[in-house]
Design a protein around this ligand. Structure first.
Ligand SMILES: [Zn+2]
Length: 154
């Protein structure tokens, strides 16, 4: 693999993959893992998520399972962060209970996170493969809700 990375995004992405540990917020992963280990109980709360807000603080949450479509930890996290005045999130990670490690977001969460925070990074992978990837990379060729709001068109 060449190291002559150009200014295009593909080369930058390759560079990140070649150095997977560089951009991973391990403090954030530990925070999510701690909540998963200590706060997840039974079938209602099985996943924890943590976010690094733009101002540097960490916000955590757990999912609220319900068969009607209870929110994943990542979605509870968005509301929890807003309730604390953190409206801009830079990085999100989810960790499963019972030592399941880092768990990637489901399709719904990928879409919601992209629409709320287009520049968000999401930590995926486990162990040596853990890396922080732009949310847009997890949804190639996606529908972007904001691009289709026609209120400003005259
Ligand atoms: Zn989800």
């Amino acid at each position: 693999m060449t190291t002559a990375a150009g200014p295009d995004g593909a080369s930058a992405a390759e560079s990140r993959e070649a150095d997977p540990g560089a951009a991973v917020d391990l403090e954030l992963v530990r925070a999510a893992a701690e909540v998963a280990r200590t706060r997840c109980r039974g079938d209602n709360h099985t996943m924890a998520a943590a976010a690094r807000a733009r101002d540097g603080r960490i916000v955590t949450a757990v999912n609220a399972y319900h068969f009607t479509g209870g929110p994943c930890a990542e979605l509870v996290l968005i509301g929890t962060a807003a309730a604390q005045g953190a409206y801009e999130l830079d990085t999100v990670v989810a960790v499963g209970d019972r030592d399941r490690g880092v768990v990637p977001p489901c399709g719904r969460c990928r879409q919601v996170l992209l629409d709320y925070f287009p520049t968000l990074r999401i930590i995926v992978g486990d162990g040596d493969r853990m890396r922080a990837v732009p949310v847009a990379e997890l949804l190639p060729e996606t529908y972007v809700w904001a691009d289709h709001q026609m209120d400003d068109v005259s």
